[in-house]
Design a protein around this ligand. Structure first.
Ligand SMILES: [Zn+2]
Length: 253
């Protein structure tokens, strides 16, 4: 089978892969706490896994996963790494820029971590401004919850994310260590994720904001996570991204 992972190609194989192709799949993750039962690398492992499947289906080279992200809200957990957001923006820009020098005009970023979203938005804008390149980025959880009502996968290390991790590698998930996520209230008035029913901007991740709510948060806890569900989720996400890549290729750049 033809190689898709850039890290496995020689320079001449990469050159061949770029003949008649200008799309690169760029997985980006994070190294951060995901509960006691999940590995620190959930976001990078899932992003790399999906990116490889997408690259194979669309015939586009897949860049090595960027393992780190902006994870300031979890930086207190042992083993978590959070890059300075300004530095991270520059690293991602330079990363893409290197491929632009070798023919890339389109990027599909497969993002595994919510904290990266605002930074990827800036990078995509900056790349377009400087080079006119197209950068689209997707996250499996935002994509899937819009495609399927049954998958409200906004959890962090919960039912859905643990399922996806189990589909990628069940050997590094230990459900016996799973615990209920700690409850953290901002204040009585702000516990519902806003003030007086109106959402307000707060530098607190959504899973923490909602942890204090007394309403059922489907999927927020890991119980019942399973690889079968994770496989179905990954399949749906990969298929969606394959279609998206085909559309990106039709765009004039
Ligand atoms: Zn995650």
């Amino acid at each position: 089978m033809k190689k898709v992972l850039i890290e496995e190609m020689s320079w001449s194989e990469f050159k061949e892969a770029m003949a008649g192709n200008d799309l690169i799949i760029m997985p980006v993750g994070s190294l951060e706490a995901h509960g006691r039962h999940n590995p620190l690398g959930v976001d990078l492992l899932v992003a790399a896994y999906c990116a490889k499947l997408i690259g194979e289906k669309v015939g586009a080279p897949v860049a090595p996963v960027m393992p780190f992200g902006w994870a300031a809200s979890l930086a207190g957990y042992p083993g978590t790494v959070s890059l300075d957001p300004e530095l991270y923006r520059k690293v991602l820009f330079s990363y893409a820029e290197s491929y632009i020098k070798h023919g890339a005009k389109r990027f599909l970023w497969i993002n595994g971590h919510g904290g990266n979203v605002p930074i990827l938005g800036n990078v995509a804008g900056d790349l377009y401004e400087k080079y006119g390149t197209i950068s689209s980025f997707t996250e499996w959880w935002t994509t899937l919850k819009q495609l399927k009502e049954d998958w409200p996968c906004d959890d962090h290390g919960g039912h859905f994310e643990t399922s996806v991790m189990m589909a990628v590698n069940p050997d590094i998930v230990d459900m016996a260590k799973a615990r209920v996520a700690p409850t953290s209230f901002l204040s009585e008035g702000l516990a519902a994720g806003g003030y007086r029913g109106v959402s307000v901007t707060l530098p607190i991740p959504s899973h923490k904001r909602q942890a204090g709510q007394k309403v059922a948060n489907r999927g927020r806890e890991p119980w019942g996570a399973n690889a079968e569900l994770g496989k179905a989720m990954i399949q749906t996400y990969v298929d969606y991204c394959v279609g998206l890549a085909a559309e990106l290729r039709k765009m004039k750049v």
